[in-house]
Design a protein. Structure first.
Lengths: 141, 259
């Protein structure tokens, strides 16, 4: 578990650096990615459905990013991207590709659909947190 | 004095430049429109209109003598530092701290600046991130260094291929192919163990993260043209990466996949 926490922090902060995020925000980016990944991997160990885990993690990542964006007065994209990237179903997409190459089209379609559904879960995580954000803003006014 | 009543042309210039910087460097479309309108409002033009798509900006100050500006955006990359800086400047304009001339000067400096992390740092970080992704996806520590090598090589291809070929998809395809070739070489020579994990970890730095998030956020904000076209770009990028890997796998046949 410790290695997961450490590597997710480094990977997310590194991803932010590749997008040229200013140095003072890199730590926060790592933190967002780390929290998102911890939620994702601990939900998977429950075990929960990968779709639910991805949805929850994407939701958490965006909520935290929104808070950080308010505090640091920067666009939210700075923080959310590095948290979302680890959730992208790269592994499943790879398996789909591999099955295509091996002429196992039935498996390939299954995997591709799985990857598609997980991407949809990420999108809905983003939408839900935006809904919450707007709801909070409206009630305060 | 100019300062008290900036003319319409200057205001439009500042707005266009701010919009251009933000759009070219990976801000969401709705944020670009919002920023441009806010800047115009801060300079006393409350009913400005901006229409932004990923490939162009149309901006009108509104009113009777309105002239409309159009700008074509052909290069898009991701440099969030510039987005943050342009956003800061627009906030300061909103607080009335900057005159039109000052704002334009500052934005121009942001636009032409090449400030950023040096290439070797990016390369090292891409390699390190690939290794870390490999561990996150349950790879073994024995594959950490092979993952770093492949990830670094893939990112290197991503940096240098665009200098010779201007087709964006091709550089992603080449990068993925480099990763695939190098990974299967390392696995065959016994330096790496699991081809799957190495490849998955190493292609992570190529994933179009900004595009995916922006596509969803733009769709949510009702910018369907931008959302759909960014989504298509993200899908094509993913497809190019997948095709690069598939190309290598199909060439090397079953032995490479067995790892």
């Amino acid at each position: 578990m410790i290695e997961q926490i450490a590597t997710s922090f480094v990977a997310s902060a590194g991803f932010a650096l590749l997008f040229n995020v200013p140095g003072r925000h890199l730590g926060y980016c790592g933190l967002v990615g780390m929290l998102g990944w911890m939620i994702y991997s601990s939900l998977l160990q429950l075990p929960a459905d990968p779709i639910l885990a991805t949805l929850t993690a994407a939701f958490a990542v965006t909520v935290i990013s929104q808070l950080l964006a308010k505090v640091c007065k920067t666009p939210i994209i700075v923080f959310s991207v590095s948290g979302i990237v680890p959730l992208v179903p790269g592994g499943i997409a790879f398996e789909a590709m591999r099955n295509v190459v091996e002429n196992h089209y039935d498996m390939a379609v299954q995997r591709a659909f799985e990857a598609f559904t997980l991407s949809g879960a990420i999108a809905f995580g983003l939408v839900f947190s935006e809904v919450i954000n707007q709801a909070i803003r409206r009630t305060r006014l | 004095m100019q300062q008290s009543a900036p003319n319409a042309g200057q205001i439009a210039k500042v707005c266009m430049l701010a919009g251009k910087i933000m759009l070219e460097n990976g801000a969401e479309t709705y944020r670009v429109e919002d920023t441009m309108n806010r800047i115009a409002a801060a300079y006393g033009v409350p009913n400005a209109h901006s229409f932004v798509t990923p490939t162009g900006i149309i901006f009108s100050l509104g009113g009777m003598d309105a002239s409309t500006s159009l700008m074509r955006i052909s290069d898009r990359s991701t440099d969030l530092r510039k987005v943050v800086m342009a956003n800061d400047i627009s906030r300061r304009i909103g607080r009335g701290e900057l005159t039109v001339e000052e704002a334009y000067e500052r934005l121009y400096k942001v636009d032409v600046s090449t400030e950023g992390y040096p290439t070797w740092v990016r390369l090292l970080v891409a390699a390190l991130a690939s290794g870390c992704f490999l561990i996150m996806f349950d790879g073994g520590w024995a594959d950490f260094v092979p993952g770093m090598i492949c990830g670094g090589a893939g990112y290197l291809a991503m940096l240098y291929v665009p200098r010779y070929v201007s087709i964006k998809l091709f550089s992603e395809f080449t990068a993925a192919m480099t990763v695939g070739l190098l990974a299967s070489f390392l696995v065959r020579t016994g330096l790496g163990q699991s081809l799957d994990k190495i490849v998955i970890g190493s292609i992570m730095p190529l994933v179009p993260g900004v595009l995916i998030t922006n596509a969803v956020r733009d769709l949510m904000a009702g910018h369907f043209v931008s959302g759909l076209s960014k989504g298509a770009e993200a899908f094509l990028t993913a497809f190019a990466i997948g095709a690069g890997i598939a190309f290598v796998l199909s060439f090397l046949g079953g032995e490479a996949i067995g790892g």
